[in-house]
Design a protein. Structure first.
Length: 691
């Protein structure tokens, strides 16, 4: 990649931050020689990530220099979804986009919808200049629910925000419950702290329907049915109460609503909880004993358990467990699901996003998790105007949104004007009218908070933009100028936005610039003496005398018995180890490691259907069907199949992916999708003649 002359030049180290949707948010060191990035490494001095990178990000230079990368604006030349484009100039693309958006906005700006998520977690290239642009335009707002809003709503109800313990202190815990997380694959640096604790004698328990790589490395695996986590939490509470493994002082002084929750938990003896969860009653009893008698005990709660109907109630119940035992008194006790709630007080969000540009308007809000239905809706008093334009950045909804058959139907509307800011021709970009080449993390300024630790981060550009790529922020600046938006805030540079992203009274800008990361000033044991972010300062166990409860799945025998008879297998769709959501699916080496889309199925379920490992199978329900290869495996428990995702549809065996089967019904709290709340059946696909 470097010329012989460049190889003689000195190597410069540039500080950065991993942009991807991962709790670790690693500090990076990018080696640059002769203007070319030659290596990406972790920063060994960054306490929560200590210099280690996952396989995906350690190859980040491959992403920036990928020969298939989009490096010039593209204009559609074929049917929607065909992926047929011709190069065009930036001026042609921006002029055409601005003209179309002006025309729609003149009728109703709410007919324009921005659609974005966590393709980058950056505060600048995510919702900095983009938010300013869409606020000034008066476009519809996006309810960004697709990943964590159910758990976020639950933690906010319980603790007053998405708050938790420091990840580093798990190394000192004596018991760790890894609940709904394949940490080895999706939270690598937490796992290193868990391993430190294990070597020091701690017991590790994994709670997950799937026997993941993480479950294999723990002392015990509890393979409960999907969507039954709330029942397990209540069963544990029952035993904590029955054996008086409670911190009565903590409950008295730092928890409100406990009597109602206590009454609820006493209705859930181990036998009842176990029957709902599909596990043994002794497993409930033993886990409760371990949790109630081991100090300090910590829970790493992750997003796997949130993708079902009862996700909010379940997260709230699990969040109360450390309050019952007083685990919060120890810095190595408590719970971590997300640390992102610590950052709003440190971030300069109002300055970054400028909601004042709405000028008193209150646009409608569209839920990103129901985009399949919403793109196919006509105008109505309840919904508002029909969506006429979609601007997609940092997301790939055609691949990742639920019930993707409906999503594709909406994206293929000829009257829908679609603009996509991207690095590659994803499934979504294939449906665009214009694709605009965006910079990668090595090519732009950004600032990052985190949801797995409490360090503010700065990303400096290591190299000049490749080809004609421009940063998201620059693209929205240019569009703003063509739309006639003359407010001074549209002149702020990416560097200005990045350096101003944090409040200086919380994050010292000089230290951040010099080191690339700064820890927020927070106590080691944030809730040792209460002090939750609720109105009362106490954790909230119930609302107006009504305690959380187990809420069955939308699709299960308890709530939909007729459907369960037709489709007797529950399906979850955890991420394939070498992908991150739909990111990296286009990297040949990582895709080769995954080989083909796979469905893990237990031997009992496979035998009953005449399926062997390696067989091509059809996974189906009323919403559609999906072809993949069967993997008869102990990773699946009986009655549950694991459809590993998220493959791009174009790389699927029949042009679909696992989201062909998922539905758009939402969770009990947080308006989130229920990806893992899905009934299916599986059948072998006969071999083609002559095969």
């Amino acid at each position: 990649m470097t010329s012989p002359h460049a190889a003689q030049l000195p190597v410069k180290i540039v500080r950065g931050a991993c942009p991807h949707d991962c709790p670790d948010t690693c500090a990076l060191q990018v080696s640059v020689q002769g203007g070319v990035a030659i290596k990406v490494q972790g920063d060994p001095e960054h306490p929560p990530t200590h210099g280690a990178l996952c396989t995906k990000v350690s190859r980040y230079t491959e992403r920036s220099y990928d020969p298939t990368r989009v490096l010039t604006p593209l204009k559609r030349s074929g049917p929607k979804g065909s992926g047929q484009f011709l190069p065009c100039s930036w001026d042609e693309a921006l002029d055409a986009i601005a003209t179309r958006l002006k025309s729609i906005a003149a009728r109703d700006p709410e007919a324009i919808l921005p659609y974005s998520y966590a393709g980058t977690m950056g505060l600048v290239q995510g919702d900095g200049m983009a938010a300013r642009f869409f606020h000034r335009l008066g476009a519809s707002l996006l309810d960004r629910t697709i990943c964590a809003s159910a758990g976020g709503a639950a933690l906010t109800a319980a603790y007053g925000g998405k708050l938790g313990m420091h990840t580093e202190f798990f190394a000192e815990s004596r018991l760790i419950l890894i609940w709904g997380s394949n940490s080895i694959a999706s939270n690598l640096h937490f796992w290193t702290f868990a391993q430190q604790a294990k070597r020091a004698g701690a017991r590790l328990v994994c709670i997950d329907p799937r026997k993941t790589e993480t479950a294999e490395k723990c002392h015990h695996h509890i393979a409960l049915m999907p969507g039954t986590d709330g029942a397990l939490a209540l069963g544990l509470m029952h035993e904590l109460i029955a054996h008086d493994w409670l911190d009565h002082d903590y409950l008295t002084h730092h928890v409100e609503g406990w009597p109602s929750l206590r009454e609820r938990a006493l209705q859930w003896p181990p036998e009842r909880a176990a029957a709902v969860c599909g596990i043994g009653a002794d497993e409930v009893r033993q886990l409760a004993r371990d949790y109630g008698t081991t100090k300090p005990a910590a829970i790493r709660l992750n997003y796997g358990m949130q993708r079902v109907h009862g996700a909010g109630n379940a997260v709230r119940l699990v969040a109360m467990l450390p309050c019952l035992t007083g685990a919060w008194r120890h810095r190595a006790g408590g719970l971590l699901m997300s640390s992102s709630g610590w950052f709003p007080r440190a971030r300069n969000d109002a300055w970054l996003q400028r909601p004042d540009l709405l000028a008193g308007r209150t646009p409608r809000t569209v839920n990103m998790s129901t985009i399949g239905d919403d793109l196919n809706r006509e105008a109505s008093p309840a919904f508002g105007p029909k969506i006429e334009a979609l601007v997609v950045y940092n997301s790939n909804p055609v691949a990742v949104a639920p019930h993707s058959g409906r999503v594709v139907q909406g994206f293929r509307r000829e009257d829908l004007f679609t603009v996509v800011l991207e690095h590659f021709l994803t499934d979504t970009a294939d449906h665009a009218d214009f694709v605009l080449p965006a910079t990668t993390q090595l090519e732009h300024w950004d600032a990052h908070s985190a949801y797995g630790h409490t360090y503010a981060m700065l990303n400096e550009p290591a190299i000049a933009p490749v080809g004609q790529a421009r940063s998201n922020a620059e693209i929205f600046r240019l569009l703003a100028a063509r739309m006639g938006f003359d407010e001074a805030c549209f002149s702020d540079s990416d560097e200005t936005l990045a350096r101003g992203a944090f409040r200086p009274d919380w994050v010292d800008p000089a230290r951040l610039a010099a080191r690339g990361w700064v820890r927020l000033n927070l106590p080691d044991a944030p809730f040792a003496e209460g002090g939750f972010a609720t109105a009362s300062g106490r954790a909230v166990a119930s609302d107006d005398g009504v305690a959380p409860d187990h809420v069955p799945n939308h699709e299960c025998a308890a709530s939909a018995p007729a459907l369960a008879r037709r489709y007797p297998l529950a399906m979850i769709s955890p991420p394939a180890r070498h992908f991150l959501n739909s990111t990296f699916v286009n990297v040949p080496s990582l895709r080769a490691a995954e080989k083909e889309p796979r469905l893990e199925i237990h031997a009992l379920d496979a035998t009953a259907r005449g399926i062997a490992s390696g067989d091509k199978v059809r996974v189906f329900n009323d919403r559609g069907s999906y072809l993949c290869r069967a993997d008869v495996s102990e990773r699946a428990r009986p009655g549950v199949v694991n459809g590993l995702g998220i493959w791009w549809r174009k790389f699927g065996l029949n042009g679909t992916n696992v989201n062909e089967l998922t539905h758009q019904r939402l969770t009990d709290m947080g308006r989130a999708p229920s990806f893992y709340d899905c009934l299916v059946d599986v059948a072998p696909v006969p071999p083609e003649p002559g095969a």
